[in-house]
Write a protein that binds this ligand. Structure first.
Ligand code: 4AD
Ligand code: MG
Length: 460
């Protein structure tokens, strides 16, 4: 079917003025009278809807179309009329309308504004609302911007495995992949040599280890894929299945890593400010007042930077107001991360050089032998958006750290082998894609930026 999207009409209105075109979408609202009717049609292509005008005199099956319920799918052919004096910039005078799919009076999206909790219960339809339409269009644009950012800078896009046999973060928060039957009598004594891969296997928590391998061959790579964490968490910023972007660069250190992360975030923000104007304006008005101002500031001001030790000094001054008082050696809580970015720096901030005990085994040991070359990027409203580091490229140091963490050399043998043949300085990070979308949209709950969220106790 030759159809014009409503987005195209908004972009090139004058090209379509007085032309006969066909549009197709879903009825948002319908007001009909005896001789005339007005249908607000939205096709998902952009925030704006199109007003379709039905006139009994000129439309053959006026009565049937006028009886349509909200939610029905229509294909409308008509003449586009610019209406500069009216609330909407143009309308479509219908010449013929076909009902592609009827709806019923119990269509769940009747009201103009539903709660997000209610909308989660109709996850299959919620992207037809202004809020979720905006979130998922921005999600798509952000993904596109990320690929174009890396492509422009000579990074290769690599696909790392989803099924893995090693725990990248060493935190043991993995979903098991097995064909063994847990309900069988022998299950408690499961022998993984009889399992599909003849050893224990899991869903990946991060593509980093394989990313490092590819970076040591192709130079600069990135992954962009789903990751899984079986961490029992009921916060608004943790999902069991989320997407992560993980660049990895050979011949790069922590400063290079930090510069890349900042450039990436600002590039994506700039792209969305440019192409998602109407969606962002809606979110700024209805969801998160000040969103546009925050994004414009992020795009134009450089990020702050402090060491973990400096961050702890700042936090200690405010310890009376924290649920968890901060001290040197503590893992930063969300309240700490938000305080640093929202109150101390008032912008995104990189915190670097954390104590080795609270970070993963692969991070490079600093000369003080107490801290590692880690970086987290903390942003207002969310806390941790990015976690990354320079990697330990020196075999003896890595072996020592793995021993301290009780990790098996056998399980990580290929990772260790990398350090034997042309090991280089290298660094990378993981950007949580949903956290980025939360930052871009001002939406507070991770479940509302994932089309089909999987969180502790919930997978619909
Ligand atoms: O800090 P994390 O655990 O780092 C890694 O996985 C490294 N291997 C990345 C790397 O260096 N290549 O996770 C990275 C980011 C976090 O900063 C956060 O934004 C996001 O992933 N993230 C989650 N997002 C949603 N739900 C969860 N459960 C998340 N856990 C981490
Ligand atoms: Mg982290």
């Amino acid at each position: 079917m030759q159809r014009v999207t409503i987005a195209e009409i908004y972009q090139k209105t004058s090209d379509f003025n007085e032309k006969t075109i066909t549009v197709a979408g879903w009825v948002r609202t319908a007001r009909t009278f005896s001789a005339v009717g007005f249908i607000e049609l939205n096709d998902g292509s952009c925030f704006g809807s199109l007003q379709v005008v039905l006139e009994k005199d000129s439309l053959a099956d006026f009565d049937r179309v006028a009886a349509c319920h909200v939610g029905a799918a229509l294909c409308v052919t008509g003449v586009l009329k610019c209406t500069p004096q009216a609330r909407q910039p143009f309308e479509l005078q219908a010449v013929s309308v076909s009902v592609e799919g009827a709806s019923t009076p119990d269509y769940p999206l009747q009201k103009k504004r539903h709660s997000v909790e209610f909308l989660r219960s109709v996850g299959h339809l919620r992207a037809r609302t202004n809020l979720f339409g905006a979130a998922f269009r921005i999600r798509s644009e952000a993904a596109f911007a990320i690929h174009s950012f890396f492509h422009d800078r000579g990074f290769y896009y690599v696909h790392t495995p989803i099924i893995t046999v090693s725990d990248c973060e060493g935190a043991g928060e993995m979903f098991r992949v097995t064909t063994l039957d847990p309900t069988s009598e022998n299950a408690p004594y499961a022998d993984f040599s009889t399992d599909f891969f003849e050893k224990p296997a899991f869903l990946t928590v991060s593509g980093q280890l394989e990313g490092e391998m590819m970076a040591q061959c192709l130079g600069k790579i990135y992954t962009f894929g789903p990751t899984f964490r079986a961490e029992k968490s009921y916060t608004q910023r943790h999902a069991a299945e989320f997407w992560m972007i993980e660049p990895e660069m050979a011949f790069a250190d922590l400063a290079d890593d930090r510069a890349l992360a900042e450039d990436l975030v600002r590039f994506v923000v700039r792209h969305c400010l440019t192409v998602c104007e109407a969606d962002l304006a809606f979110l700024d008005k209805r969801v998160s007042p000040g969103l546009l101002e925050r994004l414009r500031a992020c795009e134009s001001t450089s990020f702050a930077h402090m060491s973990y030790t400096q961050a702890i000094d700042e936090l200690k001054k405010n310890n009376a107001n924290f649920q968890y008082p901060a001290f040197w050696g503590c893992d930063l809580q969300t309240e700490h991360e938000r305080y640093l970015s929202e109150t101390v720096c008032r912008r995104p901030v990189f915190v670097t050089d954390y104590p080795k005990e609270i970070k993963a085994f692969y991070m490079r040991l600093n000369d003080d032998e107490k801290t590692v070359a880690a970086m987290d990027c903390l942003v207002p409203g969310i806390g941790e958006l990015i976690g990354g580091s320079q990697r330990e490229e020196r075999l003896p140091y890595l072996l020592r750290r793995m021993e301290e963490c009780s990790l098996s050399q056998q399980e990580y043998s290929r990772y260790l082998d990398l350090r034997r043949y042309g090991s280089t300085r290298h660094a990378g990070f993981g950007l949580g894609f949903e956290r980025l979308i939360m930052y871009l949209t001002g939406i507070a709950n991770i479940r509302d930026v994932l089309p089909f969220p999987r969180t502790t106790g919930s997978a619909d």
